[in-house]
Design a protein around this ligand. Structure first.
Ligand code: SF4
Ligand code: SF4
Length: 448
């Protein structure tokens, strides 16, 4: 009974801390802008199965991809065992899901094997980070804290797997010595149990220590994740489900601006019904956005903020970015990490004081420089490579829109082009009447 009380208390503390974290993030999401309506559920589900559960993008690098995929799939299986532990802990039962019979045997057996596979994979990942200088893991955005965070999370996962294997091994040993019928099949732990020799009392004690270590590590891990890059364990699947469905190169137009331009060119358009999601001019304050583009984190859409929380900091985007490869300052991973960091900094103030809150800083310039923004070719290689379908160009384009539309701060070449479009109806510096001058001689030659 005492064990149950202690367990329930630990569970309540876990849920309380997790609930406070969730409340904090919900508050941050409330400060973001609308993105799109979630439709095409069937298509989204297909993408989620393929990219998130199938890990298809990860397999572009076969060996490491397979290791990562095994870790992910293993987690999914082991999660069932963790749920059983919570049921056991609360109700005082042992192996509460064993009534599932053969299904239970399969789940326990695969969880046991996955525990070993994950432990090996994590050792490989840790070795790469600690002893090999992988270029993808470096960059100006990869501060000491980023590496420390990755190593802490990987170590926690390793400890989780060791405690799981220990728990299974000593469950088998203690059960066999006590003459109890074992529930579930444990291929790896059976081998380990056969090689260990301890006394009955010690087996029971070590099983108890492993059981408590494992469940407490899960509780700690669950509350550490939201503050770590490994938050993607929770966020990547929903983020892939909410992926952009349009072709990557398609640039989202600003409906309100498009409509204004159309009205300028054809006043009849003022009486046409506006496109979906755009209010009739003058019908609401919403017709005029508070600000064009993205200056700070409150201008970012909920989807871009979700992207930033889902980022694994793997660096595949930056490794594929032509601007970065050719020595420009731009790193798409940094842009995503900057949004997350900026919300962490400004979010509490926004939640407390409302969207008007300012701390004298902004995402543009204090985090992301115009030089980075204008280095982007909008080629979408970053979005293509990202294993969880993050849309970096949406953010870059939004910040550029702010610079152009609110500050007229485009590079000189673009400003010249904008003036030409305004004055000549074309990007070139010639008036419309002079456009065909180049063809005069050709015409004369044909006439002759
Ligand atoms: S879209 Fe921009 S940030 Fe992304 S890969 Fe291309 S140049 Fe780099
Ligand atoms: S944005 Fe995607 S590709 Fe880039 S570091 Fe994050 S998860 Fe990796």
């Amino acid at each position: 009974m005492l064990k149950q009380y202690i367990f329930i208390l630990s569970l309540l503390i876990t849920f309380t801390v997790f609930g406070l974290t969730a409340q904090r993030y919900i508050g941050f999401f409330r400060m973001t802008r609308p993105a799109f309506r979630v439709r095409d559920i069937g298509r989204r589900f297909g993408i989620m199965m393929e990219v998130a559960l199938g890990q298809t993008k990860i397999f572009r690098r076969p060996v490491l991809g397979l290791l990562h995929a095994l870790v992910f799939w293993g987690f999914c299986v082991i999660l069932i065992g963790s749920i059983e532990m919570v049921i056991d802990g609360v109700s005082g039962t042992e192996k509460a899901l064993s009534f599932l019979g053969v299904v239970y045997d399969v789940i326990m057996a695969s969880g046991d094997v996955f525990a070993l596979v994950i432990a090996v994979a994590i050792l490989v990942f840790l070795s790469r980070r600690l002893f090999l200088h992988v270029k993808r893991f470096s960059g100006i955005e990869m501060k000491h804290i980023s590496h420390l965070d990755a190593n802490i999370a990987l170590t926690l996962i390793l400890l989780l797997m060791i405690s799981l294997l220990g728990m299974n091994t000593f469950y088998i040993r203690a059960g066999l010595e006590a003459g109890k019928e074992l529930q579930g099949i444990y291929p790896v732990s059976s081998l380990l149990a056969a090689r260990l020799s301890t006394g009955l009392n010690t087996d029971l004690l070590i099983h108890g220590i492993c059981w408590w270590s494992h469940i407490l590590l899960i509780f700690i891990f669950a509350n550490y994740l939201p503050y770590s890059k490994h938050f993607h364990v929770f966020m990547s699947v929903p983020n892939v489900f909410l992926s952009r469905l349009e072709p990557l190169g398609k640039v989202d137009i600003m409906e309100n601006i498009t409509r204004e331009v159309k009205i300028m060119m054809d006043p009849e358009q003022a009486f046409a019904s506006p496109p979906e999601g755009v209010e009739q001019a003058g019908s609401s304050e919403q017709a005029v956005p508070e600000r064009f583009g993205i200056l700070d984190v409150e201008d970012v859409s909920w989807k871009s903020y979700l992207d930033s929380l889902s980022c694994t900091e793997c660096g595949r985007c930056t490794a594929a970015c032509p601007a970065n490869i050719t020595g420009k300052k731009l790193s798409p991973r940094k842009i995503i990490m900057d949004v997350r960091a900026r919300m962490r900094e400004k979010g509490p103030g926004l939640v407390k004081n409302g969207r008007e809150f300012t701390d004298g800083k902004s995402l543009i310039r204090d985090y992301v420089s115009p030089e980075e923004l204008w280095a982007c070719t909008l080629c979408n290689a970053c979005a293509q490579e990202c294993p969880i379908n993050i849309n970096h160009p949406a953010l870059i384009l939004g910040m550029r829109r702010y610079l152009v539309m609110e500050e007229s701060a485009a590079p000189g070449e673009l400003n010249a082009m904008f003036s030409n479009i305004e004055n000549n109806g074309a990007p070139w510096q010639f008036s419309q009447e002079d456009r065909l001058l180049w063809a005069e001689n050709i015409t004369m030659n044909v006439t002759e």
